[in-house]
Design a protein around this ligand. Structure first.
Ligand code: HSE
Length: 341
């Protein structure tokens, strides 16, 4: 399968490293293997080679100079849409950054790929929150895969779990902690660290969104709640429909007071159908310290799914790193390869 990487930030670079580690193993198991034939970025240049990009060189270029070297023979002056249109691209892996206003340009990238009969995999929450129904219908009409496991709970299975392992079940609601940055800040504050210092660490380690107000004001969490409601419960809503409150108003004093009452503050995400209408909420709540979600600390996340036939199931991921998010891309890619096989 010939892949185009649209976006080459932390997640896509880690995916490239995993591909280099596993290529021999996968070439046997998924008999034709995988080859990256194009890479497109907004500010680091683009690469094209129908025979296969030299990923080691691409990673080294970025490590040494922050962009693809002008001497790199694979360097090409092409836009991301040009790359998606190349006839030797079979699938795109879209990892551009989140746009909260309308999920662009990621939605256009996915639409363009699917309408040209290519598989589309993304870790970008925007398209799922703004255009899920359209993209899903398009994928079904062309018989190609549209997969997005990395959008919620990093590499832990959520959408794949429901699709592959809960046949016949209806998801009736969910609750959880879905934003690592705010959870890290809240738990650091429990240990006495200030808001700003904790946020700085979250940014340093690359957990925070490029614009950290997306995390602090609850937008990232609201987008994830929207994605879950759209995909698992057929909602057809956008993030503006979520009742949203961030953690900007929480001070060390608030956290200390909660602790003295035996409580922990967590940014709780919830979704349900109320009288058939989808309802989503993101808000900081006081939980008893022995509540299962109060025990989710640092950048860890957890999601409890309520179902009509299989009871309540919880998926939890502990302190995910970039490799775990990149694994979501791997899981989606191998799902496509298994279907082809
Ligand atoms: N900014 C996001 C978070 C990244 O903190 O959870 C993962 O979606």
């Amino acid at each position: 399968m010939r892949l185009a990487l649209i976006g080459f930030g932390n997640v896509a670079q880690e995916f490239a490293r995993i591909l280099l580690e596993k290529e021999k193993e996968w070439a046997v198991e998924y008999y034709e293997g995988f080859r990256v034939v194009a890479v497109s970025t907004r500010g680091k240049g683009s690469l094209v080679n129908p025979e296969g990009i030299d990923l080691r060189r691409a990673l080294l270029d970025l490590h040494e100079g922050g962009s693809f070297s002008p001497e790199n023979p694979e360097r090409a002056r092409v836009s991301s849409l040009d790359i998606i249109g190349l006839d030797f691209v079979d699938a795109i892996i879209e990892t551009t950054t989140l746009d909260i206003a309308g999920g662009q340009p990621a939605t256009d990238h996915l639409r363009s790929a699917l309408s040209r009969g290519k598989h589309a995999i993304t870790t970008n929450k925007g398209p799922i929150a703004f255009a899920y129904r359209d993209l899903q219908a398009l994928a079904a009409s062309v018989g190609k895969a549209f997969l997005f496991e990395g959008t919620v709970l990093d590499g832990a299975p959520v959408f794949n779990l429901v699709r592959e392992n809960l046949p016949g079940c209806r998801i009736t609601g969910f609750s959880g902690i879905l934003n690592g940055t705010t959870n890290y800040i809240l738990t650091r504050m429990e240990e006495g660290e200030g808001f700003a210092a904790a946020l700085e660490t979250a940014q340093k380690y690359g957990w925070a969104e490029a614009d950290p107000s997306m995390d602090i004001d609850g937008w990232d969490a609201a987008v994830k709640v929207t994605a879950l409601l759209n995909v698992l419960m057929g909602a057809g809503i956008t993030p503006g429909d979520i009742d949203r409150q961030g953690i900007g108003g929480i001070t060390l004093e608030t956290v200390r007071e909660a602790r003295s009452r035996g409580q922990a503050i967590r940014l709780l995400c919830e979704g349900a159908l109320v009288e058939g209408k989808p309802v989503g909420r993101v808000a900081p709540v006081h939980l008893p310290a022995d509540h299962s979600l109060a025990k989710i600390r640092g950048t860890s996340s957890a999601l409890t799914l309520k179902t009509d036939l299989a009871g309540e199931l919880t998926v939890q991921i502990r302190e995910p790193k970039i490799r775990e998010t990149a694994y979501a891309v791997v899981a989606d890619l191998l799902t496509v390869a298994r279907r082809k096989r």
